[in-house]
Design a protein around this ligand. Sequence first.
Ligand SMILES: [Zn+2]
Ligand SMILES: [Zn+2]
Length: 118
Amino acid sequence: MTATTTTPNRVRSLPVLLATEDDAEDMGLLAPDDRLTCHVHGRWIHQCVASPAHVSPVTRHRWCRSCRTELAVAVDELSLTVAMSCPRCGHGGSAATTRLTAACRASLTAERAARQAA
Ligand SMILES: [Zn+2]
Ligand SMILES: [Zn+2]
């Protein structure tokens, strides 16, 4: 029942997408977890996901519940891959983290497209 709309292949720069996502989120059209930009840091989500502000023990974003530890983030801009894992047990995944990882991959792709269009 997730209403994931297929985003049209339109290239948007960071400031434009940031504002668009702010509006869509305010209107309830976009879940905060699905954003490609971060309104706290004003960056692409993959660029600031390593910040402590993106750790949430409550929702389990970037959080290993068993170890009570922040997950480490590895972003590879060349291969467009993003991985998050617990430095203690090597796992620590959660539904929230899976979604955050997917958003980071999408933002990597969007950032590359925006860069190439510039
Ligand atoms: Zn951020
Ligand atoms: Zn762990």
